[in-house]
Design a binder for this molecule. Sequence first.
Ligand code: PEP
Length: 258
Amino acid sequence: ATTRTPLMAGNWKMNLDHTEAIATVQKLAWILKDAKHDYSAVEVAVLPPFTSLRSVQTLVDADKLEIRYGAQDLSQHTSGAYTGEISAPMLVRLGCTYVVVGHSERREYHAESDELVAAKVAVALEHGLAPILCVGEGLDVRKAGDQVSYTLAQLDAALAGVAQEKVSDVVVAYEPVWAIGTGEVATPEDAQEVCGAIRARLAELYDDETAGAVRVLYGGSVKSGNVAQIMAQPDVDGALVGGASLDPEEFARIVRYQ
Ligand code: PEP
């Protein structure tokens, strides 16, 4: 993972209203400033609920913070009669760098199909947002030993139609569903097995150089106590952090894992 800048991204899920979001980002920024964090060595991003994005944008712009941010989902449409939806251009106007696509909670609770996930990846890329594409198997698949083929099928489906010149903007997050919010972290070897397979598939679909440029994150119960071992794996370029990202002190420890 030497040429890829690691990314630590905090997925807040449906937590922290806009006032709490400001306090959390301010505290995170202070801790990282105190620690003289080098953002070019490890990139830091937060992924708040839609309702907090404008507040985070205002704070980041006013204080010239190097923390990046993004949304947790987007519509596959760019505008129109889609009540309740948020479009890619709206997120771009809010200064988002990233948008999570295909999180397992959306696949499961909102029945998001591989086709919908692919459409969302495409619309994000078209508008200059970097999709954090989530893939990963459930417990039944893991028990059957089919985690690699299952996850690669999700990857293939999501990237169908993504051109070579666009794919290096994609961040892939391998999130085994059985490890999300359960406290059960995958072993570093489990993470490497699938993250390595994802990179090998990217090389097959595109080429070695492209595969070498795409960041592959691990997600699932990452904490300050387990992040270093996971980051030591050659094909793991960062972490998508849920619960542990809500506490700025703990998230800062994760960012500063080295
Ligand atoms: C997530 O939701 O992306 C996640 C990895 O959650 P947690 O860290 O809480 O397992």
